[in-house]
Design a protein around this ligand. Structure first.
Ligand code: PLP
Length: 437
């Protein structure tokens, strides 16, 4: 097709002709055209306005078309639209300081990346260099990104066709609903999961392990809220063996769980934190690595052998500064916390009594999963068709929902109002009823 083929103003036709999509067989895709958005709603090209319970790839924490973030990007574009990472730049310095401020004490330095995968990639690089060890331990139930080491660190199926990196060992993290350890309570699940990790470390050889890399709430893998003491105990183990702890806050960070960082609810301090998505809600791609002082200072007199053309890109930095300012001044993280506690949690839990195929509801803030099962005893997944029908029935009624395997992930923007959250869950309720769940 050429530009003369009369499709020049037809987004759908252009997409099908030229755009190669992520994680998909290409032939039968039918992408919907989104024209614009506002707050927690998106407008499709047919004029319909839908409430978004996905935040896209769980990144649009501040909602759509936030005027302050758009203004921040515009101002920076007018001042300086691009500059290399070797220069000092005010937007970059301010963005680094605003991000570091949300980490525990003792984290001052931020290495900016383009997104979450390369944040994990560089965190792993730093951990390997700092410790002089090679192996990275991560959870089977995880997603860490789509670059070489990040996809190998990932626990789910996506690592298998992409497994080129080496030194990645997987283990089981707590998931009481489908316990690997036959645990009956969260305390047992925590204790057994720690024993399991200790064994994995001992059998792999502690002095071969550079870092344990964990999402503070495994997101794509099922929004599995870890037990209260899990990370503290992982921290004790890693300290005992001189292993670094990398916390991946790419999805869970910046308000998603009702905290600035999800780790704030766990009372431990890792060595490295990675972030992306919610730092500027993806208005311009950005991510990064926050280094604790000892790791950062290790590179004071040694070259860090990593870098990116767009590390700290000024438009992304302008978006971070504006998004961080707006999130703080508009109390957006508190909103996510309160809507989760007062509306989403209670209303989703109430659905359990009404819909026999709901096996479990779990989450916090604006980060929730509903597991659908054929039978509550066997916990067998409902089939893919049922999940597709739920999406279609929700769409008909004006709600965008995301599903993964047998789960509905309820992850609206952190700015969602109580009314919107309540209306969206009512739609979900009707959709579940319509498909016989
Ligand atoms: N880490 C986590 C926890 C994620 O959820 C994701 C993406 O969903 C990534 C890393 C990768 O981020 P990106 O897609 O921005 O590279």
């Amino acid at each position: 097709l050429s530009n003369d083929d009369n499709i020049w103003d037809d987004a759908y036709a252009l997409d099908r002709a030229h755009v190669f999509h992520s994680w998909s067989a290409q032939a039968n895709l039918q992408p919907t055209e989104v024209v614009t958005g506002h707050g927690s709603t998106l407008q499709y090209s047919d004029g319909r306005e839908l409430l978004d319970f996905t935040s896209q790839q769980v990144n649009a924490n501040i909602g759509y078309q936030h005027p302050k973030v758009i203004e921040g990007i515009k101002k920076q574009a007018e001042l300086l639209a691009t500059i290399g990472p070797q220069y000092a730049n005010l937007a970059r310095g301010r963005a680094a300081s605003l991000v570091a401020r949300r980490a525990p004490e003792g984290f001052e330095k931020v290495f900016f990346t383009n997104a979450g995968a390369d944040a994990n990639e560089n965190a792993i690089r730093a951990a390997r260099l700092f410790t002089g060890r090679r192996k990275i331990l991560s959870s089977y139930r995880s997603y860490h990104g789509n670059t070489g080491a990040a996809i190998s660190a990932t626990g789910d199926w996506r690592r298998k066709p992409n497994d080129y990196a080496s030194g990645h060992i997987h283990f089981f993290t707590p998931y009481l609903y489908r316990s690997e350890f036959h645990a009956k309570t969260q305390d047992e699940e925590c204790e057994f999961a720690i024993q399991h990790l200790k064994h994995v470390i001992e059998f792999e050889g502690p002095d071969t392990i550079a870092a344990v890399l964990l999402e503070s709430v495994p997101g794509t893998a099922g929004i599995i809220i870890p037990p209260a003491n899990y990370f503290k105990k992982v921290r004790e183990l890693t300290e005992q063996y001189g292993i670094l702890m990398i916390t991946d806050e790419v999805m869970a960070g910046f308000g998603r769980t009702g905290y600035w960082f999800a780790l704030d609810d766990y009372n431990y301090v890792p060595d490295i934190i990675t972030f992306a998505k919610g730092c500027n809600s993806g208005y311009v791609p950005a991510g990064g690595v926050i280094l604790s002082d000892p790791v950062a200072h290790y590179f004071d007199d040694r070259v860090f052998p990593g870098g990116l053309t767009y590390s700290g890109h000024p438009l992304a930095m302008g978006a971070i500064v504006a998004a961080q300012d707006a999130m703080a001044s508009e109390h957006i993280v508190d909103n996510a916390h309160d809507v989760g506690e007062n509306v989403i949690g209670p209303k989703l839990r109430a659905l359990v009594n009404k819909h026999p195929k709901i096996g479990e509801v779990r989450g916090k803030g604006v980060f929730w999963a509903i597991e659908l099962v054929k039978d509550r005893d066997t916990k067998e997944f409902v089939d893919d068709d049922t999940m597709k029908q739920i999406v279609a029935e929700s769409d008909k009624r004006g709600l965008i929902v995301g599903t993964h395997y047998n789960r509905i992930h309820v992850t609206p923007p952190c700015v969602i109002t109580s009314q919107e959250a309540s209306d969206g869950i009512d739609i979900l309720d009707e959709a579940l009823m319509a498909v016989g769940c």
